[in-house]
Design a protein around this ligand. Sequence first.
Ligand SMILES: Nc1ncnc2c1ncn2[C@@H]1O[C@H](COP(=O)(O)OP(=O)(O)OP(=O)(O)O)[C@@H](O)[C@H]1O
Length: 739
Amino acid sequence: MSENNYLKHEYFYNRELSWISFNYRVLSEAQDNKLPLLDRLRFLAITASNLDEFFMIRVASLKDMVQVNYTKKDIAGMTPGEQLSAISKKTHELVHDQYDVYGKLISKLSDNGIHLISHYEELDDRQERYVNEYFRSEVYPVLTPMAVDSARPFPLIQNKSLNIGAILKFKPSNKKDGNGQFRELYVSHQGKKQGDNISDTDFATVQVPSGLPRFVEIPAKNDGDKCFILLEQIIEKNIDKLFVNYEVLSAFPYRIMRNADLSIDEDEAADLLIEIQRQLKKRQWGQAIRLEVEDGIDKKLLKTLKKELNISEEDIFKINGPLDLTFLSKLAGIEGYDDLKGKGYTPQPAKWIDANKNIFDQIKEHDALLNHPYETFEPVIELVRQASKDPDVLAIKQTLYRVSSHSPIIASLAAAAENGKQVTVLVELKARFDEENNIIWARKLEKAGCHVIYGLVGLKTHSKITLVVRREEDGIRRYVHLGTGNYNDSTAKIYTDMGLLTCKKAIGEDATAFFNMLSGYSEPAAWNKLAVAPIWLRDRFTEMINRETEFAKAGKKAFIKAKMNSLCDPGIIASLYKASAAGVKIDLVIRGICCLKTGIKGISDNITVRSIVGDFLEHSRIFYFHNNGFEEVYMGSADWMPRNLDKRVEILFPVEDETLKEEIIHILDIQFADNVKARVMQSDGTYIIPPRKIGQKKLCAQQYFCKEAIANANEKKHQRSATYNTSFEPLLHIDDEEK
Ligand SMILES: Nc1ncnc2c1ncn2[C@@H]1O[C@H](COP(=O)(O)OP(=O)(O)OP(=O)(O)O)[C@@H](O)[C@H]1O
């Protein structure tokens, strides 16, 4: 059967619904009462920010399709309209479940002495005085109350902003608050008289300032407790002070989400930077696609919002709790309360690289594998830092996608340029939601004398590669770092990513060709080792999958193992189905979206899919092909998604050193053995905790790797000290008591 026979709608899950199922897996972490309370709060916040992004990008894009009457079905056979209906139903359920969890967590927090005021009526006199004073001194000066009437149009409400809408009634001549002369003047200027419809009730809105802390600590009722109130509650309580001469009939918070997708026509944009900056301004005012309001909101207020924001019923979310739960991530970091938090983890010294030694000597001796965040990101920072100072280094080239705000890598690159080295930085400006930040440091690098290039027009450069060219006794040597995650030292502490440090000639030559391709558009005749998207990578993956199919057909052992964030490429999935049908065993760890269905008779019975959601964000992309016993292991920046394979510049690189290869296979195998955080996809698309056989121990892959990294670091320490016995028992299992 050809691949096309595997492209039937019934063989695929819709990607958006699969994503919602992923966010449910994150939510189930927030529901897990074995986890520390504040960690659960953090997971709940993640589900909220994930959902925001989902609406702004995916839902917005489907809305665009519906608007232009695009009715083409997706791979699962759903039109954009059908997808939107299904998404609306599922996200309403998800939000309901989020707030169910929220209620439970808040009540548990309260049991532990951390109280979050849910309505200002709960305040006692002392707290009320505190809140009113806080409003007067900190909040009031920042607010901009905006009245809406026939002469003043509905203001542009910012994307993701939290606002308070109010229905007001004019109170003429209230001596205490002024006598209403200004209002009368205004009314008369409109040619209206007192008592005309404008003076009856008005709508007004005020933005909850995003620059002020979302939650404010106030005196607690009991000694030793902590008590917080949300900023919108403080404003709601004092809203009459914003609208003197009015009676506030009702006031409720609301939040809107707008279409934030940037579809920059890069072919036409003369200057990419200017275009992005222009788009950034525009983003604020995209079409409203979601309105969140408090359950119980005044009907008249809701009607006004609905009309003015031009939003349909299914896009309105009535919420039983505070809007925008992303504030919980900050609350989860509250000082003290260590008993309510996880133990935390400090990335350990890397197994293969000693921070105190010359990094080039070490890479020359042996390729090095880095396993973040279990091992520190320091060797990557150190590579660029030492290169910036090393008199023998001639050039540094690096792709940068998302960096931390005070990136030591940026500082080293700038220092290298100032030290007279050729520094070329390929900056990907279009990393979603990060554009403004990216422009700032790109300019900083340019000022320092780096060649900053902005990638290929129309193709996002998602690869993570660094090349250091060094003059050595026997000639020029190229040192390369290749990774699965961004050069971001902050996220490297919480995202699981892998890296390879090597000075193998073949990879060094490819690295040079890669940068020349990006800066000079010169296409190499052939690559030694790397497979690069968008031209070569899809074919390479397909060939390697098909090769396993052929081995299986020939009655040989055939095995594919892969780990990635998302799998939704129809072509790759069809190749996997074909391979499975031929007898190839395929084990996949897919954290997020997975459009592949397991358990289809004769199609995917040999495929297993599991997802791991844990304290660290699973982010590495690893690929294993049995290759008739000549095992091949690859890592890279690309998921099996059309955007990665066809629209981005991505790199897949092999790990050829036998010891490192074994390490990676071991890393994959531990993830396949996880029976704590893993969830296994069932043939109906649900995910379940893998059942444990009697006597089988619990194994949590992330905890396992933490312990292994600690054990490796200890072993290294012991080796250095002559007084220590060097024998060491590697940790093999997590204790049964462990969560
Ligand atoms: N432990 C966790 N579990 C689940 N989700 C998490 C966790 N930690 C962070 N996140 C969420 O994951 C999001 C980032 O995931 P994503 O796969 O989009 O990463 P990325 O760096 O954008 O990927 P890419 O390499 O494709 O650019 C964050 O915005 C955050 O909301």
